[in-house]
Design a binder for this molecule. Structure first.
Ligand code: CTP
Ligand code: MG
Length: 602
């Protein structure tokens, strides 16, 4: 689904947008005390910054020139006190701003993380994980930095600039005009160089992102790379993008190297003009030497806020782009949510009914399920078989309410699942998938994921039933063995068994097994089937399996092809029919061993 957002998702900057800005400012609500303190400290700093050249002027004109040591001493002490105040004010201001910025990062990240967890599958379909991650990390950082230090800098610098200008005009009207006469030059330089420098930095960020993506993929796929001996090929690819990053960085730095010294040079030019004219005014007796020294001092101070503002300005534009992306996610409401009058289902029988269900992942495009209807009575085992891509997993996705059907309805114990609280529906259903996701942490933690308050006895019971105990006992740390990211320390089959234990411990009324034992040996599979039969008698199961031998005992087998139920019946009934199922079965038998399958079946 290419919505507007996808197109400009990766924009580096966005024009200033007041609505976005105000919404960002909304996060300050809880920091009223900090902000007023920061404002007070800022003003204090401003006053000190504006006062000291004036004091120096007095020291020169009334002290040094008039040979009055007392004035010099007094001014010296006053300056010392002022600098002391400024030091303390600065220290507390930076500390407070830092705390506020970190607080904002914490708040926004928390809100974003909580919100992302509620979003439906469709949001994640086709959205690269890396991009969603950079919302939570980089974008949050970008807007918090702006809101914390950026805005404070902006406000102080603008006020400082205005203050300095005011004092300058007050001190010497003519000289002030001379000093600001170089501003147009500065504007020309900035408008010419700034876009180029920004483009260059954008390029460096892009090439860096490429490097990240490449390193990430290489690490994920290192086994395939080494198995195919593609290291050399891969290194060449990497060298190319690494070189691009090198070049773009060098280019960006060269522009930068030219830009800021040029700004300083222009500033210097302004100062030179002031000194030259000022000196003449002193000589002609028009102004005191103290005034001119104070004035040059202000001119110097004038340039620093000016370049800081121009830096913060581009920070604002990139924060706008980040804020836009973050708010887009926050404004996406979960597609699948509880109806206002959704009911809580406490103990269900486990009757499942699909009524004329039609479904497509993208409702505007091709449907992947057409008019699916079937019923599973409590305690029954229903098997779904069919070729890859037929729509078996999609049926499960609908039953779990990861998506809603386009047409038709799904009922559990006679209630449309759209009228049931999602949490209460999912609590009743346990599922084990082909590629079970195992979390980093211990084996125990992974089992407890299914039931947080399970007792040690329960853990041992399900571990026995699922044969997890067999391998746990071989680890010196037993259930406390760390399985590493995605369960890397376990074999594929062991991971599946662990996922089984996690699903069983919750004792769900409905059990969904999507190729759940495809990675374990036939003997273990048989054992688990037996265990499920005893543990799960009276509960409803939906089983998807490519290995048909695992579903022979199902109460009903649905053969799915191209999103339709093409055959339906028990194993024996379907074999007698001599249709699709019969052919599938025949073929698997031939592949499995050399005995004459047909003679066995008939
Ligand atoms: N599909 C899709 N978007 C998804 C998931 C699946 O468009 N997010 C499509 C697939 O391209 C496929 C169809 O939906 O054509 C059915 O997919 P699925 O139900 O997952 O097929 P299964 O029958 O489960 O296939 P397999 O045996 O390979 O698991
Ligand atoms: Mg599937």
């Amino acid at each position: 689904m290419a919505d507007k957002y996808d197109l400009d998702e990766e924009l580096e900057e966005k024009p200033f947008d007041l609505k976005l800005f105000l919404r960002m400012m909304g996060y300050f609500k809880t920091y009223g005390k900090e902000i007023s303190t920061v404002a007070f400290l800022l003003i204090l700093n401003l006053v000190v910054g504006l006062l000291d050249p004036i004091l120096i002027k007095i020291a020169i004109d009334d002290g040094i020139m008039k040979k009055n040591a007392l004035v010099v001493t007094r001014i010296g002490i006053a300056l010392l006190v002022l600098y002391g105040i400024s030091f303390v004010a600065n220290y507390y201001r930076i500390r407070l701003i830092n705390r506020t910025t970190q607080g904002l990062i914490y708040d926004i990240r928390k809100q974003l993380f909580e919100h992302i967890q509620t979003l439906s599958f469709r949001f994640f379909d086709g959205r690269p994980v890396g991009k969603i991650m950079s919302r939570v990390t980089n974008d949050v950082q970008a807007i918090s930095n702006l809101m914390g230090s950026g805005i404070a800098t902006m406000i102080t610098d603008v006020l400082m600039l205005l203050g300095i200008l005011g004092v300058m005009f007050y001190l010497n009207f003519k000289l002030t005009f001379m000093a600001i006469s170089v501003i147009p030059l500065l504007l020309i330089l900035l408008t010419q160089l700034k876009p180029r420098s920004e483009k260059a930095w954008t390029e460096t960020r892009k090439t860096m992102a490429n490097i990240n993506a490449n390193v990430n993929e290489t690490l994920q796929g290192i086994k395939v790379i080494q198995a195919f001996s593609r290291q050399k090929h891969n290194i060449e690819k990497f060298e190319k993008i690494n070189m691009e990053n090198y070049k773009s960085n060098v280019k960006a730095i060269i522009i930068e190297l030219f830009m800021w010294p040029s700004v300083e040079l222009i500033g210097m030019l302004g100062t030179c003009v002031v000194v030259w004219f000022g000196a003449r005014q002193v000589i002609s007796g028009e102004y005191s030497i103290g005034t001119i020294i104070a004035f040059t001092n202000y001119v110097w101070r004038f340039w620093a806020p000016l370049s800081a503002i121009s830096r913060v300005y581009s920070q604002i534009l990139s924060a706008m782009a980040s804020a836009d992306r973050i708010f887009h996610i926050l404004d996406t409401s979960p597609e699948i949510k509880d109806a206002p009058d959704a009911i809580e289902l406490d103990d269900i029988e486990g009757r499942i009914e699909f009524r004329n269900v039609t479904f497509g992942y993208n409702p505007d495009e091709r449907m992947v399920l057409h008019n699916i209807s079937f019923t599973a009575e409590p305690g029954q085992i229903i098997a779904l078989v069919g070729p890859t891509g037929a729509g078996k997993t999609s049926i499960i996705n609908l039953l779990m309410r990861f998506y809603d059907p386009v047409e038709g309805s799904i009922l559990v114990d006679g209630h449309d699942i759209r009228d049931i609280k999602i949490s209460s529906l999912r609590r009743q259903v346990g599922m084990v998938l082909q590629d079970s996701f195992i979390f980093s942490g211990t084996i125990r933690e992974n089992i407890l994921f299914g039931k947080l308050d399970a007792t040690e006895e329960e853990i041992i019971e399900v571990s026995k039933a699922t044969k997890v105990l067999d391998y746990v006992e071989r680890f010196p740390q037993g259930f406390d063995t760390e399985v590493e990211e995605r369960g890397a320390r376990l074999s594929a089959g062991q991971r599946q068994l662990l996922a089984f234990a996690r699903a069983l411990i919750a004792q769900p009324r409905i059990l969904i097994l999507d190729e759940a034992t495809s990675n374990v040996d036939t003997e273990t599979e048989k054992h688990i089937q037996e265990a499920i039969k005893t543990l799960f008698s009276g509960r409803t199961s939906i089983v998807i399996a490519h290995r048909l031998s695992t579903i022979e005992h199902a109460d009903k087998i649905l053969v799915i092809d191209e999103g339709k139920i093409v055959e339906e019946g028990t194993h024996t009934e379907l074999l007698e029919k001599k249709g699709v199922y019969y052919n599938l079965y025949l073929k698997q038998f031939r592949d499995d061993d050399d005995t004459d399958a047909e003679s066995i079946i008939v």
